[in-house]
Design a protein around this ligand. Structure first.
Ligand code: SF4
Length: 326
């Protein structure tokens, strides 16, 4: 079996400049810091080579295989030193968003003017050079790519600097309008748009995201447009995301139907993870997929449904395990 592709092909840049091969919720080991070192050194740092050397041997001691969605290489890596740059870069360094989803944060986060100046000042010297040689860029692992003023500036500069770069957007969808995509110049450069939706009804969406009714209406309009892009072949992958918590899990099956009605060709489902925003008690209440939760059996019953056998529905390991055992 070949090793996980992430240490050989992908990086994520986080809020404090730390660089990871994949989400730090799965592998907490930073391989360097882009605010301190050159990216070329980081890509082949001692830590990067140590992780590669272990995964080549099948040793995943740095990884949480119980929750990560690892994808394997389809070739044997020649060396722990990787001379090609990463194929995909994900930016996760700006928190700014127009919603405040319960699984992510307690209130809406907006960058201060000082933060904005600081982040924008790093576009030319730090963020753009990381993309040299990459095939695609993914925004955003923190914040929303269309709500964040910094990300919008960065996207425009990527469009200007790298004419062949493909874009993957991870968004709440509220601002993912035709006008926004056209203004940013990315309509014909799309690879994936994933919408963090987490519900099948307006009321649950509002409860989960703390969003306003008119924001939900805008989201639905935008999804119609994205659905058209998907059907016309201009958007290869339209993905809907669902984070399971105690207050939305009953909508999981209707959510998948909703995604299909908008021609989504990928649905991803994972369990709520506490990003240090909730107290332990709150996290225990939200974590319905833990066997000790009082509503666990109800979730287990739902996961027995045939809809989860659909190859376009991807269950992260912690959820797939429940279905497999149900
Ligand atoms: S095995 Fe999982 S945690 Fe480890 S590098 Fe791959 S995706 Fe990340």
């Amino acid at each position: 079996m070949y090793p996980c592709r992430h240490p050989f092909e992908t990086v994520e840049i986080h809020r404090d400049g730390e660089v990871y091969f994949c989400c730090p919720a799965y592998n907490k080991n930073s391989i360097g810091n882009v605010y301190k070192d050159s990216f070329k050194e980081i890509w082949n740092s001692d830590k990067a080579k140590e992780i590669r050397s272990l995964v080549i041997k099948g040793d995943y001691r740095f990884c949480d295989l119980g929750i990560c969605g690892r994808k394997l290489l389809d070739y044997a890596p020649a060396s722990v030193h990787v001379s090609n740059p990463p194929k995909q870069v994900k930016f996760c360094h700006d928190k700014e968003c127009c919603l405040a989803c319960g699984g992510c944060r307690k209130s809406q986060l907006v960058s201060s003017s000082d933060d904005l100046v600081r982040l924008d000042s790093k576009i030319e010297g730090v963020y753009l050079p990381i993309l040299e040689g990459a095939d695609s860029v993914d925004l955003a692992g923190d914040g929303d790519p269309f709500a964040s003023r910094h990300y919008r500036t960065l996207i425009k500069r990527i469009v200007e600097t790298y004419p062949d770069m493909k874009f993957s957007f991870h968004t709440n969808g509220v601002l993912a309008s035709r006008q926004m995509l056209e203004e940013l110049g990315v309509v014909d450069r799309l690879d994936v748009i994933q919408i963090s939706f987490h519900s099948s009804t307006k009321q649950t969406w509002q409860n989960f995201t703390r969003g306003r009714p008119e924001q939900y209406d805008a989201l639905m309009e935008n999804i119609k447009y994205l659905s058209e892009l998907r059907k016309s072949g201009r958007l290869p992958t339209l993905q809907f995301n669902f984070v399971i918590t105690n207050f939305n899990y009953r909508e999981l099956v209707p959510f998948i139907r909703l995604a299909k009605s908008f021609s989504a060709n990928r649905v991803e489902v994972w369990g709520y993870r506490n990003r240090s925003e909730q107290t332990e008690d709150e996290a225990a209440r939200l974590g319905v997929f833990h066997p000790v939760h009082p509503e666990y059996d109800k979730l287990r019953e739902i996961l027995r449904g045939p809809v989860f056998a659909d190859p376009e529905v991807y269950l992260y390991p912690e959820i797939k395990k429940i279905r497999d055992e149900a």
